[in-house]
Design a binder for this molecule. Structure first.
Ligand code: 3PG
Length: 208
């Protein structure tokens, strides 16, 4: 399993962002991602079963690093870590949210979309952050533009990224990895087509 003591952005080229509606899907998805070579999963806290999905994967898929995404309140940061999350990701960042995620003791990626957002995160002593929503916020061209003025900031862009657009982000010096939900298409989930997810994961794992 990847260690969280190293940079979150250096673990895998693509962090699978997963929205689980059916708890029974959680473990098969996680196993398919591991089998494809991506032993990391970000479970978004957008569905009622998300915390249970984190618990199930933690208990049944020991080879994967489980994190929680869409952390938007301080309470959710604590709840996610109590459920077993070993990293946290937020779509945006407020001082309270930053403090709450920091106090959990697990690594986290606060969400940023502007230079001022990134500066606020850097001021807090954090150099790794999410860039969200990446495509709608200017995409790879935007990140390329801020690499020189913000040399200390490193990003995990997510939001609207696809297998086709991921390489343009991964080529940037200030991008460590990208995040995306394209590895778990709705049709594959509906069909229980875990082989499809394994194949998409393998393709993503080879992107760097
Ligand atoms: C998110 O938190 O929604 C991630 O950014 C994933 O975005 P995507 O579904 O556009 O890949």
């Amino acid at each position: 399993m990847p260690s969280t003591s190293e940079s979150l952005l250096s673990l895998v080229p693509v962090v699978p962002v997963v929205v689980v509606d059916d708890l029974a899907h959680a473990v098969p998805i996680a196993r398919a991602l591991v089998a494809g070579g991506l032993p990391v999963i970000e479970l978004t806290l957008r569905t009622p079963v998300a915390l249970d999905a984190i618990r199930a994967i933690t208990a049944e898929v020991p080879g994967i690093l489980v994190g929680a995404g869409t952390v938007v309140t301080p309470a959710q940061a604590d709840q996610a870590v109590e459920a077993g999350a070993r990293f946290l990701v937020s779509p945006g960042c407020t001082p309270l949210l930053l403090a709450a995620m920091s106090s959990t003791g697990v690594p986290f990626l606060p969400g940023t979309a502007t230079v001022s957002d990134a500066l606020a995160v850097l001021e807090a002593g954090i150099s790794e952050m999410k860039f969200f929503p990446a495509e709608a916020s200017g995409g790879a061209a935007y990140l390329k533009s801020i690499a020189s003025p913000l040399p200390a900031a490193r990003f995990c862009p997510t939001g609207g990224i696809t297998a086709a657009s991921a390489p343009s982000y991964l080529a940037l010096p200030n991008v460590g990895c990208v995040g995306g939900s394209w590895l778990t298409p709705a049709a594959a989930l509906a069909a229980g087509d875990w082989d499809r997810i394994r194949t998409l994961a393998a393709e993503a794992a080879a992107l760097r």
